[in-house]
Design a binder for this molecule. Structure first.
Ligand SMILES: *Cc1c(COP(=O)(O)O)cnc(C)c1O
Length: 427
């Protein structure tokens, strides 16, 4: 019998993969808590919570039990014309923890569709009122997903060449620093005079795909404040930052000016089910509320508000609010701070940064985003039982909240060892 890696090659086409260069996919057979198990019996600490989803650990028994119970009662039903307890309750629980101006919850299937819906809400909000705003504003190096609208607003679409001719109209601004904020505000003020900007989509505080690039909350607040005064809808893409990663429930909780629209996914359904949510204010909703059918938001996915996904999300929200998890989050934050103080002195480290439980360090050597050096680093981590995905010369940690101190130390020690060995002989 061939192993998974060999069988995989026959029919499978993987995401973000050039198969001629990267042909071997590792077979994972089991996951529990913070550990992934491969088909050869090796174990790996999941240092990025499987793309920021499994924040309460894999196969979390509390979550599994809730979903199993739901499975026996109601598995799936059309959400157009019908409703159900898990969706109603999830809307109630989300509204309780989201920024207080959020009033309505729209379900979709993943992070890309959550931002796609956010973009459509912003464009149609103006269209419904007979306005001519149709340009979107976005950060340089932002990432919002891989569907067309989401791709269009993503500045980081390095490999999107074939589609660029079909993108919606987007203009980009740099992320704010203490130095450039004056310029940004001046140029925006000029630009806003044309009165054609419909919305601004942004990843608040941390740009995940841009290698955990972090920006100034105060500067962001000034940008949001200016845009809000000009009726530009603010779309916070919290697909990555949501549900506790920045130390608060949402990154927008760190910023006084609140978004009109918030996009959620990833940790929303705690690594168990795919689902997306786009929340919005009453004001946004009201622009669609009409006796005219065509003013409605005609967007919908077959699995919208799947009851099992809703129950997984409800269990996650319950855990997030628990005293134990809040303590864990503080513990991980402090642990990273301590590691940061130590590692920033390392001769191979150019910069460290941290926002909540998200920790990143830049090496002071040049590396391609998906180059061979980056692969060497990745392989080194895997050989040492650690799953991390360096982005270019950035190594970042975004582990499940429930990671133990011993496992954290194992991550830190392995990173240090990498700096002292694979990286040390490089110029
Ligand atoms: C991952 C991500 C997306 C896309 O989500 P998918 O579920 O992969 O489609 C969008 N925005 C941000 C900020 C993300 O991190």
């Amino acid at each position: 019998m061939k192993n998974l890696t060999e069988r995989d090659k026959k029919h499978l086409w993987h995401p973000l993969t050039q198969h001629k260069i990267n042909s071997d996919m590792l077979g994972i057979v089991k996951a529990k808590g913070v550990i992934l198990y491969d088909e050869h019996g090796s174990e790996y600490i999941d240092g990025i919570a499987s793309w920021y989803t499994s924040m309460f650990g894999h196969c979390n028994e509390y979550i599994l039990e809730k979903v199993q119970k739901q499975m026996e009662v109601l598995d799936q039903v059309v959400f157009s014309g019908f409703t159900h307890e898990p969706a109603v309750r999830l809307s109630e629980e989300l509204i309780k923890i989201l920024p207080s101006n959020q009033q309505k919850i729209f379900f979709s299937d993943n992070g890309s569709t959550a931002t796609e819906v956010g973009i459509k809400m912003a464009l149609q909000y103006h269209f419904n009122q007979g306005n001519r705003q149709k340009v979107l504003l976005a950060f340089e190096e932002g990432f919002h997903g891989d569907t067309f609208g989401a791709m269009s607003v993503s500045g980081l679409s390095v490999y999107n060449g074939p589609f660029e001719d079909y993108f919606i109209e987007v203009e980009r601004i740099p992320t704010p620093t203490k130095k450039n904020i004056g310029d940004i505000l001046f140029q925006l003020t000029e630009r806003l005079k044309q009165n054609d900007i419909a919305g601004f989509i942004y990843e608040p505080l941390v740009q995940g795909a841009a290698a955990m690039k972090m920006h100034d909350a105060e500067g962001l607040n000034m940008i949001l404040d200016l845009l809000k005064k000009h009726e530009v809808l603010l779309i916070a893409d919290e697909v990555m930052t949501g549900f506790g990663k920045t130390g608060k429930y949402f990154a927008s909780d760190h910023i006084p000016v609140k978004p009109d629209i918030i996009c959620l996914s990833k940790a929303l359904t705690v690594g168990l089910m795919p689902m997306g949510v786009t929340s919005c204010t009453q004001q946004v909703y009201d622009a669609f509320y009409s006796t005219d059918i065509s003013k409605g938001l005609f967007h919908g996915h077959t699995y919208t508000a799947n009851p099992l996904a809703c129950v997984a999300a409800l269990a996650g929200i319950e855990l997030l609010q628990s005293e134990q998890i809040q303590k864990d989050i503080q513990r991980v934050i402090e642990s990273h701070q301590e590691f940061g103080l130590k590692i920033k002195e390392h001769p191979k480290v150019a910069e460290i940064r941290q926002c909540g439980i998200i920790f990143a360090l830049d090496l002071n050597i040049k590396m391609e985003r998906y180059g061979s050096l980056r692969d060497r680093l990745f392989n080194f981590f895997m050989e040492h039982g650690l799953f991390l995905r360096p982005l270019g010369n950035t190594i970042y940690i975004l582990a499940p909240y429930i990671i133990t101190d011993t496992q954290l130390k194992q991550i830190y020690d392995t990173i240090e060892l990498a700096l002292d060995t694979v990286i040390s002989d490089l110029p």
